[in-house]
Design a protein around this ligand. Structure first.
Ligand code: ADP
Ligand code: MG
Length: 258
């Protein structure tokens, strides 16, 4: 192939935004000649590389947009340390059927047992499967909604949290929520109810959500909607953060569970 022809091919590839093909064209043509590829083999190779590159780019972009506090997959989760968790159940969740069925996942457990890690891990699986995901903490969510309400942009802000296919609300119960905040939280929950699946995490059992939201009636209304279609994971193990300390004998197991 002449240099002129190669250059001519670059233009349509650029216009079609087939950047990987553009970058790899010369090398792929050489490889095809050397290995005597058929036309179909060659096309297969070009398209496969382009799709792979685009998929990787989308995943990177969506992972960035999801605003995870850290990026750790389920693969990095040590299930042997958390026997109260059913690994099979998490593998099923990782297939993301719960998203298609509009189900929520609620992860309960004391601090350090991996609630955020599991929520992020499932969020990453959802992204791999092409869903849009947004991660927030309950405190950040309520703060954002409160500010938006004061600035007359409540509806607009609500959309930010209703548009992503999967919304992760982490750390329900770490900070007390006042009645106004609980009301805004409830509005979001009702908006997503039966439409958009969520992953919620909390260090408080459902029975304590009345205190978390400072209002038993609102808490019941929230739980009613959240739990209508939900899978609850109860983690009853020890804090992973204390694992190393326990190993080193710096903390006694009794202290670690407290
Ligand atoms: P939680 O949200 O329940 O307080 P995190 O998910 O933030 O806990 O976990 C605390 C730290 O320990 C994180 O860095 C997390 O990746 C790690 N971690 C927790 N549990 C496990 C586990 N079973 N296997 C591997 N890492 C874990
Ligand atoms: Mg956490």
């Amino acid at each position: 192939m002449s240099a002129g022809q190669l250059e001519r091919l670059q233009t349509p590839l650029q216009r079609l935004r087939l950047f990987k093909s553009r970058e790899r064209l010369e090398a792929l043509l050489q490889e095809a000649t050397a290995k005597e590829f058929t036309y179909a083999d060659f096309l297969d190779q070009v398209l496969t590389e382009e799709v792979q590159a685009k998929t990787a780019k989308h995943i990177t972009m969506r992972t960035h947009l999801a605003r995870f506090p850290f990026v750790k997959g389920l693969e990095a989760f040590d299930f042997s340390y958390q026997p109260s968790l059913d690994k099979k159940q998490l593998q099923t969740l990782a297939s993301c059927h719960f998203i298609e069925h509009g189900e929520n996942v609620v992860i309960l457990g004391p601090p350090g047992v991996g609630k955020t890690h599991l929520a992020v891990g499932l969020g990453l699986k959802a992204i791999e499967q092409g869903y849009r995901v947004l991660f927030t903490t309950a405190a950040a969510l309520i703060q954002a909604l409160t500010r938006a309400l004061a600035e007359g942009r409540f509806e607009e802000k609500l959309k930010v949290y209703t548009m992503p296919r999967l919304l992760i609300i982490d750390e329900i119960g770490y900070l007390p929520i006042d009645r106004a905040g609980a009301n805004l939280f409830f509005q979001l929950i009702s908006r997503r109810y039966e439409r958009g699946p969520m992953i919620l995490t909390s260090n408080q059992s459902f029975g304590s959500w009345g205190e978390v939201f400072g209002d038993r009636v609102i808490a019941t209304a929230i739980l009613d909607r959240v739990l209508h279609h939900a899978i609850t994971l109860n983690i009853r193990g020890q804090s992973y953060r204390l694992k190393e300390k326990l190993k080193a004998g710096l903390v006694r197991p009794a202290e670690a569970t407290e």
